[in-house]
Write a protein that binds this ligand. Structure first.
Ligand SMILES: Nc1ncnc2c1ncn2[C@@H]1O[C@H](COP(=O)(O)OP(=O)(O)OP(=O)(O)O)[C@@H](O)[C@H]1O
Ligand SMILES: [Mg+2]
Length: 181
């Protein structure tokens, strides 16, 4: 994949498929440490330790009774190719947390991509999920929790063009101002 946001979409799609009611996404750039850290955590159905081992490394497993995809291994490989790291923790019935780090300045690091559109797409596409987003670049931070919006405008407000326009402008303005690429 050519952009980190495409990986974020893939990992978030896993959370949605796992039946998560709450999904948190954070994207944190830190120039002092030269890191870009992404976290996606959910309260979906979770996985057993055996399952976690298989999804992280599908090529080294001898197990064949189920098909595993490539979303997680591809993200892990992308991070490790950039002097980064990958961690997944999961508990059956509780949820899953995927954390990945890239060396921010690494020559092979993919660009982030369009963060405002990616987050907006998730928010609009799965309104039944409670979304929380944090995007941070050094000391500057944008935090968004959809609770208030849905409480004040109604749970289905994200199907209304004016609301979508408002959130798009908010995300674009706030996230562009962070100048995180
Ligand atoms: N957040 C999650 N909660 C529960 N199970 C998960 C989660 N993320 C991944 N899984 C399990 O791990 C499997 C592998 O995930 P992965 O993203 O690598 O591939 P995939 O989603 O099956 O296929 P794709 O290549 O389309 O992403 C999933 O099919 C699912 O069973
Ligand atoms: Mg997937």
């Amino acid at each position: 994949m050519r952009e980190i946001t495409l990986h974020i979409l893939d990992i978030a799609a896993n959370s949605i498929s796992a039946g998560a009611r709450n999904i948190f996404i954070s994207i944190i750039g830190n120039h002092k440490d030269d890191t870009l850290e992404i976290t996606i955590s959910d309260d979906g159905k979770g996985m057993t330790p055996e399952m976690v081992a298989i999804v992280t490394d599908p090529f080294t497993t001898t197990r064949t009774e189920r098909n595993v995809g490539l979303g997680i291994p591809l993200l892990k490989a992308a991070a490790e190719a950039c002097n980064g790291w990958f961690n997944i923790s999961s508990e059956l019935g509780k949820g899953t947390k995927v954390q990945v780090g890239f060396q921010l300045s690494h020559i092979d690091r993919m660009p982030l991509g369009d963060v405002p559109s990616t987050l907006l797409g998730l928010l609009i596409g799965t309104p039944e999920v409670h979304w929380t987003f944090r995007v941070k670049n050094d000391e500057k931070e944008f935090y968004f929790d959809d609770t208030e919006l849905k409480r004040e405008l109604g749970g289905d407000c994200l199907s209304e063009p004016e609301v979508i326009r408002y959130v798009r402008e908010l995300f674009t303005e706030e996230i562009d101002a962070l100048a995180l690429n």
